[in-house]
Design a protein around this ligand. Structure first.
Ligand code: AMP
Ligand code: MN
Ligand code: MN
Length: 335
């Protein structure tokens, strides 16, 4: 590829895309709103560029995001893909393994680019990596690629970008809610986006099992470290006993973080196969990414996670508390 030195990162990504076809758009497994939003936004963008595309996610679309408009089905195994990939675009994927075991195994066999905003991204794609931790959401970066291609941010593409922004900024409340985020959101609304309709689809959809499960966990959560840490653990059996699903815990760590005085909220969720999923939320300078990194995980300053192999919930709780203490929460005055 020539002349990429003079191009903006978004233009450089577009240049690679324009040179390829039969493009697989993939995001991290157990996807959140940014992963699915970025996938959808990229899909609508590439369709407008006349590309043949396939969408990929190792764990498919979670129920709470089933309403998101996507042009075509989501494949969950590389062997199912309708064509040999000419290019794989990895989105919102801080590391290649987060694409899932099967995609990870074949990823290096095909040309690839990566668009992501995780600080620890090891730049795993072969033809280009645009990794910018200052971006609030990967969907924001896809919107910049659309701008570079002169594709308008309207219709389903706009809905997907908006989903990304809302998801990764905590509905425009986290520290990453920059002027650029508000400007992009304003452009989407100016282009006809119905923000209230998306909020309705995202928020007012709680199942009764989810509501009851949250009620129980809110009763049971522990407060540690002089009130500065909230911690909650949940087993698969507990989730199942309510008729709830694991995705129903999405947002629970944020909810604990809302407790007055709490600076770090920790959710430890059992996953199938002797594993625990650690989810942490903080605010200000309390850096939960370094805590997650201790367990081989990652994320962002104020939102991070890890997967821990263990069959001992108490052990995981103790290890996690110890790790959270080690980031030595500073007195608020000195922040
Ligand atoms: P979650 O708590 O699952 O919503 O994740 C919060 C943030 O941490 C997201 O930005 C994720 O990309 C990141 N994250 C979650 N789990 C992992 C993991 N196992 N490894 C690396 N990063 C993770
Ligand atoms: Mn994500
Ligand atoms: Mn993201």
């Amino acid at each position: 590829m020539q002349h990429t030195d003079q191009l903006s990162p978004a233009q450089a990504m577009l240049a690679v895309i324009l040179e390829h076809d039969n493009i697989v758009i993939a995001a991290h497994g157990s996807p959140d709103g940014d992963a699915i939003g970025a996938t959808g936004a990229m899909a609508y963008l590439l369709k407008q560029l006349g590309k043949t595309i396939a969408l990929y996610n190792a764990t498919g679309i979670p129920e709470y995001l089933e309403w998101v408009p996507l042009p075509g089905r989501v494949y969950t195994k590389p062997s199912q893909l309708p064509f040999r990939p000419g290019l794989i675009i990895a989105l919102d994927c801080g590391d290649v393994w987060r694409l899932g075991k099967e995609m990870n195994a074949v990823f290096a066999d095909y040309p690839s680019i990566s668009i992501d905003h995780h600080l620890s991204n090891p730049l795993f794609a072969s033809l280009g990596n645009w990794v910018d931790p200052h971006m609030a959401a990967t969907g924001q970066m896809v919107a910049a690629v659309a701008d570079a291609a002169n594709i308008p941010l309207t219709g389903e593409l706009a809905q997907c970008v908006y989903l990304s922004l809302v998801s990764d900024t905590g509905s425009f409340t986290h520290g990453n809610t920059s002027a650029a985020v508000f400007e992009l959101a304003a452009r989407l609304v100016a282009g006809g986006l119905d923000a209230a309709a998306i909020r309705e689809k995202l928020d007012n959809q709680w199942s009764l099992p989810k509501t009851r499960l949250w009620g129980k966990l809110l009763q049971e959560l522990r407060i540690e470290c002089d009130g500065e840490v909230a911690l909650c653990s949940v087993t698969l059996d507990e989730i199942a006993s309510f008729g709830a699903v694991r995705e129903d815990l999405e947002g629970f760590a944020e909810q604990m973080r809302r407790i007055k005085k709490v600076r770090v909220a920790v959710l430890i969720r059992q996953d199938p196969g002797n594993r625990y999923k650690l989810s942490m939320r903080s605010s200000g300078q309390d850096d939960v990414r370094t805590v997650a990194a201790r367990f081989g995980g990652g994320g962002h300053l104020n939102a991070a996670g890890a997967t821990i192999d263990s069959s001992d919930m108490q052990g995981v709780i103790m290890q996690t508390l110890e790790a959270v203490r080690s980031i030595s929460l500073k007195p608020v005055e000195s922040l």
